[in-house]
Design a protein around this ligand. Structure first.
Ligand code: NAD
Length: 510
């Protein structure tokens, strides 16, 4: 190990990958190695969770829920506040580990930890705002109300590309809502999960809730993940990842009528109309398509550009792409780091082959980089493709920095094209025309869960509900009223009078 920040985060050469609060000494599910895409070298080893480890963790989580649900929500929020503070203290180290293990540039790695902190702060306030409604009863001397109670064990399955923020979106809210969480992170980013768990756990212990509130199980999706899907003790499974994974989760959890939150693949478009502020559109599209090496669920994958500005926009975007510095994400000045592993690079190359076969014209980039600094085989040049709406490939999510530029005639065609893909996560429209802007946000406008005017597809704030429609899964996380999914709603009526009265005026037995 050559990185000092790993010591600060408590990462050792060999790490336990299972915790019911405290780490299990030697989980028995076999060993795995976490490899950095920066240089292809191993960072550290992890011992994976076995079936027996899973069972122990679930038992501890079930027991902890019984205590935690009775702690007043503002007190639970105090613990979350302390986690935010602990994250502030280790933001730089954890941000670096995100970069090292996943490959995103340091600014984005630290940004992800900031998102955890923001989410914590948001959840602290929410702890005093788990509001229910009171309703007017149709019966005299009756009071009717709804209350929100803790739900139970929440299984949190996360993807590699946001290895810590998505955990936080779920766990900060779940903790305040009185739930306990069992986290199954991506096998590509186990060390960030271990480091994060250590931070959460340290605080939980300090508050006297050392067992079962925050739990961790590292293992493959088909093993540890599926145990969770089939386990009736897990009241809610919040799963982030590909649409293929989400389909399995929906079916498996649905079979036992469990609840799910699904945050799945995106295929996001930015519309650029003739009247757009092109400077704004260009820098936003560049960030959206190249940021995180095109591996965000909200990455910009399609630009639907109106014909009057198509040539100018395309030429200027290609010129910007030529300036993108690709290299070690831990070094200042790097704009794009490596992709997460060689298999992601292979998927991108396969996608490009199909694009060419279907008549797409590569205007820039796409190649795998080699030579000094690029030995891991995970570095690629971001790619711009001139594409057409009738190419079947544009309906799929290629999880890589490949951007389609598609020319459209007008706003009608732009909207049609925006909505014709199976996914429905994020969208943006650049225009200075108020009518186009409002139409984009109207019922006949973008069909996505996120729609921005003069803003891009990626970089959402935590205060809004995050998620998307259609094959993106329909789930919503983080801000707004997303907290409700982590609680169970109870409608209660109290008769404080002296007579039995039935609803709907029914007279029974007269
Ligand atoms: P993935 O689907 O390969 O894996 C995601 C997680 O699911 C991992 O933890 C994996 O182990 C687990 N998993 C896989 N099979 C499983 C099974 N049968 N049962 C239970 N768990 C299982 O996704 P990935 O490659 O890590 O991430 C990229 C994908 O995630 C992209 O499609 C991206 O758009 C999507 N994503 C969506 C959002 C969102 O909020 N909508 C956010 C981030 C990523």
């Amino acid at each position: 190990m050559t990185y000092d920040f790993l010591k600060e985060l408590g990462i050792e050469d060999v790490n336990s990958g299972a915790a019911y609060g405290p780490f299990i000494d030697k989980p028995s599910g076999g060993e795995m190695v976490s490899v950095s895409p920066i240089d292809g070298k191993p960072i550290a080893k992890v011992l994976k969770a076995s079936k027996e480890d899973y069972e122990l963790v679930l038992q501890k989580a079930s027991a902890a829920f019984k205590t935690w649900r009775m702690v007043p929500a503002p007190k639970r929020a105090e613990l979350v506040r302390a986690i935010s503070d602990e994250l502030r203290a280790h933001k730089k180290a954890l941000g670096k580990l995100v970069s090292l293990e996943m490959g995103k540039i340091l600014a984005e790695g630290e940004g992800e930890v900031q998102e955890m902190i923001d989410m914590g702060d948001f959840a602290v306030g929410q702890g005093r705002m788990l509001y229910g409604l009171t309703m007017q009863s149709e019966r005299a001397k009756h009071r009717m109300m709804e209350q929100w109670h803790p739900l139970g064990i929440v299984g949190v399955i996360t993807a590699f590309n946001f290895p810590v923020a998505v955990y936080s979106w779920n766990t900060m809210l779940a903790a305040v809502c009185g739930d306990v969480t069992v986290w199954k992170p991506s096998s590509l980013t186990p060390l960030t999960a271990i480091a994060t768990h250590k931070i959460f756990q340290r605080v939980a212990e300090r508050f006297g809730y050392g067992e079962g509130i925050f739990n961790l199980l590292i293992g493959s999706g088909p093993s540890v993940g599926e145990m969770m899907l089939n386990d009736k003790r897990v009241a809610l499974v919040s799963a982030t990842g590909s649409t293929a994974m989400g389909l399995k989760v929906a079916v498996q959890v649905g079979k036992r009528l469990g609840r799910t939150i699904l945050e799945l693949g995106g295929n996001n478009a930015v519309i650029v109309l003739d009247d757009a502020d092109l400077n704004m559109a260009l820098s936003t599209v560049l960030f959206g398509a190249v940021g995180t090496a095109g591996q965000r669920c909200t990455s910009t994958r399609r630009v639907l550009v109106q014909k009057g500005v198509a040539k100018q926009f395309t030429d200027r975007l290609v010129a910007s792409y030529k300036q993108v510095r690709i290299g070690n994400p831990l070094e200042a000045g790097t704009i794009m780091g490596p992709m997460v592993d060689q298999s992601a690079v292979a998927d991108m190359q396969a996608g490009l082959k199909t694009i060419r076969e279907q008549g797409g014209q590569v205007l820039y980039g796409g190649e795998v980089l080699s030579g000094p600094g690029y030995e891991s085989g995970c570095y690629v040049r971001p790619c711009i493709v001139k594409a057409r709406r009738d190419m079947p490939i544009i309906r799929e999510e290629i999880f890589a920095p490949v951007l389609y530029i598609i020319e459209v005639a007008d706003m009608d065609e732009a909207l049609e094209a925006n909505n014709e893909v199976p996914q429905g996560l994020s969208s943006g429209c650049f225009t200075l025309n108020m009518r186009h802007a409002e139409r984009f946000l109207s019922a006949e406008g973008s069909d996505c869960g996120i729609a921005n005017v003069n803003g891009g597809t990626s970089g959402a704030e935590i205060g809004g509900a995050f998620g998307g429609e259609k094959e993106t899964g329909g789930g919503r996380e983080s801000g707004s009223d997303a907290w409700k999914q982590y609680m169970r709603r109870q409608t209660s009526t109290v008769n404080w009078g002296t007579e039995v009265q039935l609803a709907q005026g029914i007279k029974f037995g007269d």
